[in-house]
Write a protein that binds this ligand. Structure first.
Ligand SMILES: Cc1ncc(C[n+]2csc(CCOP(=O)(O)OP(=O)(O)O)c2C)c(N)n1
Ligand SMILES: CC(=O)[C@@H](O)[C@H](O)COP(=O)(O)O
Ligand SMILES: [Mg+2]
Length: 647
């Protein structure tokens, strides 16, 4: 440790054992140094900043008081776990956060014994914690604590209540820390956030309860019950009985989650309490201790690299409208002409672009909180009454509502429109956020219309198309980030359902693209033509219903057919193969290959590199064609295949 280090105490801490060797009076300095280190690290990597800054003191107190990793500490969502990672042996790698080959941006079991449960999708921590508590009690040799830290936003998801309902009934020793910073990604929504606000606004509550508690200590023997009743009265009087206690939790708080002088004694008591589930309500501030974050509307929830002094982010201005913006503007354009169009988000207004829609149509925009399951069936309810609901939910988060999609929407053939953003690889968020499976899990559903935009113009047309689909559910998917910069149509034109389009004619090889790999297909076609392989490029537009005429024509007129999609196996390519098999077209020695995402969970990286690594770029397409033809690629071929990369 150099003498002029800015973090002399933190430098002494490799693992929490080193922290626990310090004196309690040194914790405040540790927290200050940990906050500075977190800010500095994220300024270099980008990532989630506000949430981590809000739990610096909590992280220090928890690792100081609890014997982690034996005591299991679970972070809900896990985006706030950067300070936790710094204290648990990963400070030396913290500047590899979310980089290829680097640390995950969320907790991850494979990364550290201090991460007992992986996260990223919210509201799982209490369920996982209860499972660990039961496992502890089933075993003879365990007596560890289990602590789940869950945010107020994550507490808007039904799964959290399923877990508390079960925990309360089982009366298991489990500690839940409610990290209440009165923020989700956007300001929180829902009755729970109002309830929490009431709890935390009745500052008197704590004061009164302290008095009653002190009284209890001085009352003559045998008066404890009366004191307990008095305290219960205080609690009920001020808070009408906390929701959490009705669920079987002992409620402690609200306490200041940044005041170590409060946190440490309260958490020490909670640690030593031999009783059923306890919920400690910590009031914190997202972005705490970094002015640019504190002053920002989103508290620097997600940031690109930034200047620590000014807080100015270095994110380059997008050179083409992002798909999300194109979706939002297209939906706004349609909604100006159709007042039956309504939009639903599950706590992701800015990420889905519905914040823009909400500015113009506040009455027709619904943020249901982190509640995808509810959001989908809520949309279905709207559809039964003749509205045209657009449920804008990231591909990965829609997974949470799959039964609602099947049972409440598809079986009833309700015309809910699913705007599926973040389709395919998403990059820094890694496997938990990859939009890999929606084509597979939707295109198997009878009656569903499943579309994928090849570029921004296509997205605009697909929004217009979805508006018109009033007799069954439909989905349109598009990737995270910037489009290809094609010319935008003035207005979206509805497409013929189930019809693809040929964008380049050839007669030897056919590349049939579903979604945004089209540019790579065009680049591959250029390279193949340099090898004398005349290549047709077609944009399928629909994975369901398939364009059977187009597929038959491509099969009839070409020696090789390759399908390609930014989706897992079981999607578009599989349906093409299924159709060809049923149609007897596979029996004629057709050379066909399907390019899909790999059958693995791919760690974070740069999306284009991730696609290239898995053969979904122009070079990979060329290689696949050569392989289908049984032709070896010479080094010159390989070299040529790398030239003229698309976009
Ligand atoms: C199922 C699911 N839906 C949406 C998200 C996107 N998301 C990530 S963090 C977040 C807000 C979480 O709020 P809170 O739990 O209060 O944590 P804070 O950021 O305030 O610390 C959301 C909506 C997610 N991670 N999981
Ligand atoms: C933690 C979380 O789940 C969200 O913040 C997510 O990382 C947002 O993803 P985008 O950056 O693609 O909007
Ligand atoms: Mg919050």
């Amino acid at each position: 440790m150099s003498s002029d280090s800015k973090t002399p105490l933190l430098d002494q801490i490799i693992t929490p054992d080193d922290l626990r060797a310090l004196d309690e009076s040194q914790l405040q300095q540790v927290a200050e140094e940990l906050r500075a280190e977190t800010i500095d690290a994220v300024s270099v990597t980008g990532g989630h900043l506000g949430a981590g800054l809000g739990v610096v003191e909590l992280t220090v107190a928890l690792h100081y008081l609890f014997d982690t990793p034996a005591d299991r500490l679970i972070w809900d969502v896990g985006h706030q776990a950067y300070p936790h990672k710094i204290l648990t042996g990963r400070r030396d790698r913290i500047r590899t956060l979310r980089q290829p080959g680097g640390l995950s941006g969320f907790t991850k079991r494979a990364e550290s014994e201090y991460d007992p449960f992986g996260a990223a999708h919210s509201s799982t921590s209490i369920s996982a914690g209860l499972g660990m508590a039961v496992a502890r009690d089933l075993s003879e040799d365990k007596d560890n604590n289990v602590i789940a830290v869950i945010g107020d936003g994550a507490l808007s998801a039904g799964m959290a209540y399923e877990a508390m309902n079960n925990a309360g009934a089982m009366d298991k020793r489990l500690i839940v820390i409610l990290n209440d910073n009165d923020m989700s990604i956007a300001p929180p929504v829902g009755a729970i956030s109002h309830y929490l606000a009431r709890l935390t606004s009745s500052g008197t509550y704590l004061y009164l309860r302290d008095i009653v508690k002190q009284l209890a200590k001085r009352l003559p023997k045998g008066w404890e019950r009366r004191a307990a009743r008095a305290e219960e009265y205080t609690r009920n009087f001020w808070t009408g009985g906390t929701l959490f206690e009705e669920l079987g939790f002992y409620y402690v708080g609200p306490i200041d989650g940044h005041n170590l002088e409060h946190l440490v004694p309260v958490l020490r008591n909670v640690r030593d309490a031999e009783q059923g589930p306890i919920l400690v309500h910590c009031v914190t501030q997202k972005g705490k201790g970094y002015e640019p974050a504190e002053n920002s509307a989103d508290k620097y929830h997600g940031v690109s690299k930034f200047d620590v002094i000014t807080g100015a982010m270095s994110k380059p201005k997008p050179n083409a409208p992002s798909y999300t913006k194109v979706f939002a503007n297209s939906l706004i354009d349609e909604a100006r002409r159709d007042d039956k169009i309504v939009a639903i988000t599950a706590a992701m207004p800015s990420g889905t672009g519905l914040d823009l829609f909400g500015e113009e149509f506040p009455e027709r925009t619904f943020d249901v909180g982190i509640a995808e399951q509810h959001g989908v069936t809520f949309a279905a309810g709207l559809a039964t009454e003749g509205y045209r609901p657009f449920a804008a939910i990231y591909s990965t988060f829609l997974q949470r509502a799959y039964d609602q999609v099947v049972h409440d929407v598809a079986i009833q053939q309700l015309p809910v429109r699913f705007a599926i953003d973040r389709a395919g690889f998403v990059g820094a968020d890694g496997p938990t956020h990859a939009g890999s499976f929606d084509v597979t899990y939707l295109s198997c559903l009878p009656g569903f219309v499943v579309m994928a935009a090849a570029d921004e113009a296509e997205l605009r047309h697909m929004v217009a198309t979805a508006v018109q689909i009033d007799d069954r559910p439909s989905a349109l998917r598009y990737p995270r980030g910037e489009g290809v910069g094609v010319e935008m149509p003035e207005r979206g034109e509805p497409l013929d359902i189930g019809r693809g389009r040929v964008v380049r004619e050839g007669n030897s090889v056919a590349l049939l693209s579903f979604g945004a790999r089209l540019q790579e297909c065009l680049s591959a076609a250029d390279q193949l033509s340099r090898h004398g392989l005349s290549t047709t490029v077609a944009d399928a537009r629909f994975a369901k219903p398939l364009d059977h005429d187009l597929i038959r024509r491509l099969v009839r007129e070409h020696e090789v057919v390759v399908t390609i999609e930014e989706a897992s196996v079981g999607g578009f390519g599989s349906h093409v193969l299924h159709f060809l098999a049923q149609d007897g077209l596979l029996d004629q020695g057709l050379k066909i290959r399907t390019l899909v995402l790999p059958d693995e969970f791919v760690d974070q990286g740069k999306p284009e590199q991730m696609y290239a690594d898995h053969g979904l770029d122009a070079r990979g397409i060329v290689r696949t064609v050569f392989s289908a033809l049984g032709r070896e690629m010479t080094p010159e071929d390989v070299g040529a295949a790398g030239q003229g990369d698309a976009g």
